[in-house]
Design a protein around this ligand. Structure first.
Ligand code: ATP
Length: 335
Protein backbone atom coordinates (compact mmCIF):
# COMPACT_ATOMS: atom_id res chain seq x y z
CA UNK A 1 0.00 0.00 0.00
CA UNK A 2 2.87 2.37 0.79
CA UNK A 3 6.24 2.83 -0.89
CA UNK A 4 7.96 2.87 2.45
CA UNK A 5 8.73 -0.25 4.47
CA UNK A 6 8.99 -0.53 8.19
CA UNK A 7 12.16 -2.22 9.42
CA UNK A 8 13.58 -3.23 12.76
CA UNK A 9 16.19 -5.46 14.32
CA UNK A 10 14.94 -8.96 15.18
CA UNK A 11 14.94 -8.72 19.00
CA UNK A 12 13.23 -6.95 21.92
CA UNK A 13 9.84 -5.72 20.54
CA UNK A 14 10.26 -6.71 16.90
CA UNK A 15 7.24 -9.06 16.85
CA UNK A 16 4.76 -6.29 17.65
CA UNK A 17 6.56 -3.75 15.45
CA UNK A 18 6.43 -6.08 12.42
CA UNK A 19 2.84 -7.16 13.05
CA UNK A 20 1.81 -3.55 13.68
CA UNK A 21 3.41 -2.42 10.42
CA UNK A 22 1.42 -5.01 8.48
CA UNK A 23 -1.80 -4.11 10.24
CA UNK A 24 -1.35 -0.51 9.05
CA UNK A 25 -0.68 -1.56 5.45
CA UNK A 26 3.14 -1.53 5.31
CA UNK A 27 5.50 -4.21 4.05
CA UNK A 28 8.06 -4.92 6.75
CA UNK A 29 11.69 -5.99 6.99
CA UNK A 30 13.33 -7.79 9.90
CA UNK A 31 17.12 -7.46 10.08
CA UNK A 32 18.10 -10.45 12.10
CA UNK A 33 21.13 -12.24 13.47
CA UNK A 34 21.33 -15.63 11.70
CA UNK A 35 20.82 -17.57 14.92
CA UNK A 36 17.78 -15.49 16.03
CA UNK A 37 15.55 -15.94 12.99
CA UNK A 38 13.19 -18.61 14.32
CA UNK A 39 10.57 -16.50 16.17
CA UNK A 40 10.18 -14.16 13.18
CA UNK A 41 9.71 -17.10 10.82
CA UNK A 42 7.57 -19.20 13.16
CA UNK A 43 5.07 -16.47 13.99
CA UNK A 44 4.91 -15.49 10.33
CA UNK A 45 5.13 -11.75 11.01
CA UNK A 46 8.02 -10.82 8.70
CA UNK A 47 7.60 -10.06 4.99
CA UNK A 48 11.36 -10.11 4.51
CA UNK A 49 14.20 -11.26 6.73
CA UNK A 50 17.70 -9.93 6.07
CA UNK A 51 20.24 -11.94 8.04
CA UNK A 52 23.52 -10.70 9.45
CA UNK A 53 26.25 -12.71 11.20
CA UNK A 54 26.57 -10.33 14.11
CA UNK A 55 24.95 -7.09 15.22
CA UNK A 56 28.04 -5.12 14.37
CA UNK A 57 27.36 -6.01 10.72
CA UNK A 58 24.24 -3.82 10.68
CA UNK A 59 26.04 -1.01 8.75
CA UNK A 60 26.65 -3.50 5.91
CA UNK A 61 22.90 -3.66 5.18
CA UNK A 62 22.16 0.04 5.50
CA UNK A 63 22.41 0.74 1.76
CA UNK A 64 20.05 -2.11 0.98
CA UNK A 65 17.59 -0.65 3.51
CA UNK A 66 17.88 2.80 1.95
CA UNK A 67 17.12 1.35 -1.50
CA UNK A 68 14.05 -0.35 -0.08
CA UNK A 69 12.87 2.96 1.47
CA UNK A 70 12.99 1.44 4.92
CA UNK A 71 12.12 3.34 8.07
CA UNK A 72 13.92 1.89 11.09
CA UNK A 73 12.01 1.60 14.35
CA UNK A 74 14.58 1.75 17.17
CA UNK A 75 14.27 -0.30 20.35
CA UNK A 76 16.66 -0.90 23.26
CA UNK A 77 18.49 -3.78 21.57
CA UNK A 78 18.94 -1.73 18.40
CA UNK A 79 20.38 1.16 20.39
CA UNK A 80 22.62 -1.09 22.47
CA UNK A 81 23.93 -3.26 19.62
CA UNK A 82 24.20 -0.65 16.88
CA UNK A 83 25.36 2.14 19.21
CA UNK A 84 24.38 5.80 19.58
CA UNK A 85 27.43 7.10 17.66
CA UNK A 86 26.47 5.13 14.56
CA UNK A 87 22.75 5.84 14.94
CA UNK A 88 23.40 9.60 14.98
CA UNK A 89 24.98 9.22 11.53
CA UNK A 90 22.41 6.80 10.04
CA UNK A 91 21.21 7.81 6.57
CA UNK A 92 18.35 5.33 6.43
CA UNK A 93 14.97 6.62 7.70
CA UNK A 94 14.74 6.51 11.51
CA UNK A 95 11.53 7.00 13.51
CA UNK A 96 12.19 9.27 16.50
CA UNK A 97 14.21 12.23 17.68
CA UNK A 98 17.92 11.30 17.60
CA UNK A 99 18.78 14.38 19.66
CA UNK A 100 17.03 12.85 22.67
CA UNK A 101 19.34 9.80 22.73
CA UNK A 102 22.11 11.59 24.58
CA UNK A 103 19.65 12.87 27.18
CA UNK A 104 18.46 9.41 28.13
CA UNK A 105 21.85 7.67 27.94
CA UNK A 106 23.74 10.06 30.24
CA UNK A 107 22.55 9.61 33.85
CA UNK A 108 23.25 13.25 34.75
CA UNK A 109 21.46 14.75 31.75
CA UNK A 110 18.55 12.36 32.29
CA UNK A 111 18.30 13.42 35.92
CA UNK A 112 18.25 17.10 34.87
CA UNK A 113 15.49 16.43 32.33
CA UNK A 114 13.34 14.59 34.89
CA UNK A 115 13.84 17.20 37.63
CA UNK A 116 13.15 20.10 35.28
CA UNK A 117 9.95 18.28 34.33
CA UNK A 118 8.97 18.71 37.94
CA UNK A 119 8.96 14.97 38.63
CA UNK A 120 9.78 13.43 41.98
CA UNK A 121 13.10 11.59 41.64
CA UNK A 122 15.08 9.57 44.22
CA UNK A 123 17.85 11.61 45.88
CA UNK A 124 21.31 11.13 44.41
CA UNK A 125 24.27 11.23 46.81
CA UNK A 126 27.45 12.51 45.20
CA UNK A 127 29.71 11.45 48.05
CA UNK A 128 29.42 8.16 50.00
CA UNK A 129 29.92 10.22 53.19
CA UNK A 130 26.46 11.72 52.58
CA UNK A 131 24.65 8.35 52.79
CA UNK A 132 22.14 8.70 55.64
CA UNK A 133 19.43 6.22 54.49
CA UNK A 134 19.15 2.98 52.49
CA UNK A 135 20.52 3.56 49.00
CA UNK A 136 20.78 1.46 45.85
CA UNK A 137 24.22 1.51 44.25
CA UNK A 138 23.96 1.19 40.46
CA UNK A 139 26.90 0.60 38.15
CA UNK A 140 27.13 2.20 34.73
CA UNK A 141 26.53 -0.25 31.90
CA UNK A 142 25.76 -3.09 34.32
CA UNK A 143 23.77 -5.72 32.47
CA UNK A 144 20.53 -6.43 34.29
CA UNK A 145 21.54 -4.63 37.43
CA UNK A 146 24.26 -7.17 38.10
CA UNK A 147 26.15 -6.26 41.23
CA UNK A 148 23.73 -3.53 42.35
CA UNK A 149 23.62 -3.50 46.14
CA UNK A 150 21.94 -1.69 49.02
CA UNK A 151 23.97 0.32 51.55
CA UNK A 152 22.71 2.41 54.45
CA UNK A 153 25.90 4.19 55.54
CA UNK A 154 29.33 5.15 54.27
CA UNK A 155 30.87 2.22 56.19
CA UNK A 156 28.38 -0.24 54.76
CA UNK A 157 29.00 1.21 51.27
CA UNK A 158 32.79 0.92 51.56
CA UNK A 159 32.74 -2.67 52.80
CA UNK A 160 30.36 -3.80 50.01
CA UNK A 161 32.16 -1.74 47.38
CA UNK A 162 35.42 -3.50 48.20
CA UNK A 163 34.35 -6.48 46.09
CA UNK A 164 33.30 -4.29 43.12
CA UNK A 165 36.36 -2.84 41.40
CA UNK A 166 34.46 -0.20 39.36
CA UNK A 167 34.65 3.55 39.48
CA UNK A 168 31.48 4.58 37.63
CA UNK A 169 28.42 4.22 39.80
CA UNK A 170 25.51 6.21 41.13
CA UNK A 171 24.29 6.23 44.74
CA UNK A 172 20.52 6.60 44.67
CA UNK A 173 18.07 6.77 47.55
CA UNK A 174 16.22 3.41 47.72
CA UNK A 175 12.46 4.02 47.46
CA UNK A 176 10.27 1.49 49.22
CA UNK A 177 7.17 0.90 47.14
CA UNK A 178 6.16 -1.03 44.03
CA UNK A 179 7.75 -0.68 40.61
CA UNK A 180 5.44 0.71 37.95
CA UNK A 181 6.47 1.24 34.33
CA UNK A 182 4.29 3.74 32.49
CA UNK A 183 4.09 3.46 28.68
CA UNK A 184 3.15 6.61 26.78
CA UNK A 185 2.88 7.69 23.16
CA UNK A 186 3.20 11.33 22.17
CA UNK A 187 2.05 12.35 18.70
CA UNK A 188 3.95 15.34 17.36
CA UNK A 189 1.42 15.42 14.51
CA UNK A 190 -1.56 16.12 16.78
CA UNK A 191 0.15 17.26 20.00
CA UNK A 192 -1.74 14.55 21.89
CA UNK A 193 -0.34 12.35 24.66
CA UNK A 194 -1.72 8.81 25.03
CA UNK A 195 -1.37 6.28 27.80
CA UNK A 196 -0.68 2.96 26.13
CA UNK A 197 -0.23 0.56 29.07
CA UNK A 198 1.58 -0.29 32.32
CA UNK A 199 3.78 -3.18 33.36
CA UNK A 200 6.06 -4.45 36.04
CA UNK A 201 9.14 -6.54 35.40
CA UNK A 202 9.79 -10.10 36.42
CA UNK A 203 13.39 -10.07 37.54
CA UNK A 204 15.74 -12.90 38.37
CA UNK A 205 16.75 -13.37 41.11
CA UNK A 206 15.18 -10.56 43.20
CA UNK A 207 11.67 -11.76 42.48
CA UNK A 208 12.60 -15.11 43.93
CA UNK A 209 14.66 -14.21 46.98
CA UNK A 210 11.46 -13.37 48.87
CA UNK A 211 10.30 -16.98 48.45
CA UNK A 212 12.98 -18.10 50.87
CA UNK A 213 12.44 -17.39 54.55
CA UNK A 214 14.89 -15.02 56.27
CA UNK A 215 16.19 -18.00 58.25
CA UNK A 216 17.05 -19.90 55.08
CA UNK A 217 18.32 -16.85 53.24
CA UNK A 218 21.32 -16.86 55.57
CA UNK A 219 22.34 -20.21 54.02
CA UNK A 220 22.90 -18.41 50.71
CA UNK A 221 25.73 -16.17 51.82
CA UNK A 222 27.19 -15.90 48.32
CA UNK A 223 23.96 -15.08 46.45
CA UNK A 224 23.88 -11.41 45.43
CA UNK A 225 20.59 -9.91 44.27
CA UNK A 226 20.37 -9.30 40.53
CA UNK A 227 17.68 -7.60 38.46
CA UNK A 228 17.88 -9.52 35.19
CA UNK A 229 14.57 -8.96 33.41
CA UNK A 230 13.15 -12.26 32.13
CA UNK A 231 9.62 -11.12 31.35
CA UNK A 232 6.98 -8.45 31.87
CA UNK A 233 3.73 -8.58 33.79
CA UNK A 234 0.77 -6.43 32.66
CA UNK A 235 -0.77 -4.01 35.16
CA UNK A 236 -3.81 -1.81 35.40
CA UNK A 237 -3.38 1.31 37.50
CA UNK A 238 -5.73 2.51 40.20
CA UNK A 239 -7.98 4.86 38.22
CA UNK A 240 -7.63 7.82 40.58
CA UNK A 241 -3.92 7.98 39.75
CA UNK A 242 -4.42 8.41 36.02
CA UNK A 243 -4.69 12.22 36.12
CA UNK A 244 -1.28 12.49 37.71
CA UNK A 245 0.20 9.98 35.28
CA UNK A 246 -1.06 12.01 32.30
CA UNK A 247 0.29 15.24 33.76
CA UNK A 248 3.69 13.65 34.44
CA UNK A 249 3.94 12.61 30.78
CA UNK A 250 2.85 16.05 29.60
CA UNK A 251 5.56 17.74 31.68
CA UNK A 252 8.25 15.43 30.27
CA UNK A 253 7.19 16.25 26.71
CA UNK A 254 7.02 19.99 27.48
CA UNK A 255 10.55 19.93 28.90
CA UNK A 256 11.82 17.93 25.89
CA UNK A 257 10.78 20.87 23.71
CA UNK A 258 13.20 23.05 25.66
CA UNK A 259 16.18 20.68 25.54
CA UNK A 260 15.95 19.68 21.86
CA UNK A 261 15.07 21.46 18.63
CA UNK A 262 11.83 19.54 18.14
CA UNK A 263 10.49 17.33 20.94
CA UNK A 264 10.34 13.83 22.28
CA UNK A 265 7.78 11.97 20.17
CA UNK A 266 6.53 8.44 19.67
CA UNK A 267 6.61 5.90 22.51
CA UNK A 268 8.39 6.53 25.81
CA UNK A 269 8.33 5.10 29.30
CA UNK A 270 8.70 6.48 32.81
CA UNK A 271 10.20 3.92 35.16
CA UNK A 272 8.82 4.61 38.61
CA UNK A 273 8.41 3.34 42.13
CA UNK A 274 5.01 4.09 43.65
CA UNK A 275 5.01 4.48 47.45
CA UNK A 276 2.19 3.65 49.91
CA UNK A 277 1.51 7.43 50.02
CA UNK A 278 0.79 7.13 46.28
CA UNK A 279 3.77 9.22 45.31
CA UNK A 280 5.55 8.39 42.06
CA UNK A 281 9.35 8.46 42.16
CA UNK A 282 10.77 8.40 38.64
CA UNK A 283 14.18 6.75 38.49
CA UNK A 284 14.61 6.47 34.73
CA UNK A 285 13.13 7.45 31.36
CA UNK A 286 13.28 5.39 28.15
CA UNK A 287 12.64 7.56 25.12
CA UNK A 288 11.50 4.73 22.83
CA UNK A 289 9.40 1.56 22.78
CA UNK A 290 10.03 -0.62 25.86
CA UNK A 291 9.73 -4.39 26.23
CA UNK A 292 7.06 -3.84 28.89
CA UNK A 293 4.62 -3.17 26.03
CA UNK A 294 5.02 -6.78 24.78
CA UNK A 295 2.09 -8.18 26.80
CA UNK A 296 -0.17 -5.85 24.80
CA UNK A 297 0.27 -7.05 21.21
CA UNK A 298 -3.49 -7.34 21.12
CA UNK A 299 -3.92 -3.93 22.79
CA UNK A 300 -4.28 -2.90 26.43
CA UNK A 301 -7.41 -1.89 28.35
CA UNK A 302 -6.39 1.73 27.72
CA UNK A 303 -5.83 1.40 23.97
CA UNK A 304 -9.11 -0.50 23.76
CA UNK A 305 -10.90 2.53 25.20
CA UNK A 306 -9.40 4.81 22.62
CA UNK A 307 -9.20 2.69 19.48
CA UNK A 308 -11.71 -0.10 19.96
CA UNK A 309 -9.44 -2.38 17.92
CA UNK A 310 -6.16 -4.12 18.75
CA UNK A 311 -3.55 -1.36 19.05
CA UNK A 312 -0.11 -2.37 20.24
CA UNK A 313 2.60 0.24 20.69
CA UNK A 314 4.26 -1.24 17.59
CA UNK A 315 1.08 -0.70 15.59
CA UNK A 316 0.67 2.82 17.03
CA UNK A 317 4.10 3.71 15.63
CA UNK A 318 3.08 2.42 12.18
CA UNK A 319 -0.18 4.38 12.41
CA UNK A 320 1.79 7.56 13.17
CA UNK A 321 4.03 6.97 10.15
CA UNK A 322 0.98 6.27 7.98
CA UNK A 323 -0.70 9.50 9.09
CA UNK A 324 2.54 11.43 8.51
CA UNK A 325 2.78 10.05 4.95
CA UNK A 326 -0.89 10.81 4.25
CA UNK A 327 -0.47 14.36 5.53
CA UNK A 328 2.87 14.80 3.68
CA UNK A 329 4.62 15.38 7.00
CA UNK A 330 6.91 12.34 7.05
CA UNK A 331 10.02 14.46 7.66
CA UNK A 332 8.50 15.54 11.00
CA UNK A 333 8.65 11.99 12.42
CA UNK A 334 12.03 10.99 11.05
CA UNK A 335 15.08 11.84 13.15
P1 ATP B 1 17.28 -0.63 32.60
O1 ATP B 1 18.34 0.35 32.18
O2 ATP B 1 17.15 -1.81 31.71
O3 ATP B 1 15.97 0.02 32.87
P2 ATP B 1 18.97 -1.08 34.94
O4 ATP B 1 19.86 -2.26 34.82
O5 ATP B 1 19.56 0.29 34.77
O6 ATP B 1 17.72 -1.29 33.99
P3 ATP B 1 17.19 -0.24 36.94
O7 ATP B 1 15.95 -0.48 36.14
O8 ATP B 1 17.64 1.16 37.11
O9 ATP B 1 18.34 -1.15 36.37
O10 ATP B 1 16.97 -0.90 38.36
C1 ATP B 1 16.91 -2.29 38.57
C2 ATP B 1 15.82 -2.61 39.58
O11 ATP B 1 15.95 -1.83 40.75
C3 ATP B 1 14.40 -2.37 39.09
O12 ATP B 1 13.62 -3.47 39.51
C4 ATP B 1 13.88 -1.18 39.81
O13 ATP B 1 12.51 -1.33 40.14
C5 ATP B 1 14.73 -1.15 41.07
N1 ATP B 1 15.09 0.21 41.40
C6 ATP B 1 15.83 1.04 40.63
N2 ATP B 1 16.02 2.21 41.26
C7 ATP B 1 15.38 2.13 42.44
C8 ATP B 1 15.20 3.03 43.54
N3 ATP B 1 15.75 4.24 43.55
N4 ATP B 1 14.48 2.60 44.60
C9 ATP B 1 13.92 1.36 44.60
N5 ATP B 1 14.07 0.46 43.61
C10 ATP B 1 14.78 0.84 42.53
Amino acid sequence: MFDYRIATLGSHTALQILKGARDEGFQNICVCRKDRVKPYKNFGVADEIITIDSYKDFPKVENELIKKKAIIIPHASFIEYVGIKYIEKLKVGYFGNKEILKWESDRRMEERWLRNSNLRTPLIFKDPAEIDRPCIIKFYGAKGGKGYFIANSELDFRSKMAVHPVDKYVIQEYIVGVPMYIHYFYSSLTGELEIMSFDKRYESNVDSIGRISARDQSSFTNVDPSYVVVGNVPLVLRESLLTEVIEMGERVVRESKKITKSSLFGPFCLETVLTPDQEFYVFEISARIVAGTNPFINGSPYTHLKYNKPMSTGRRIALEIRRAIEQKRLNEVLG
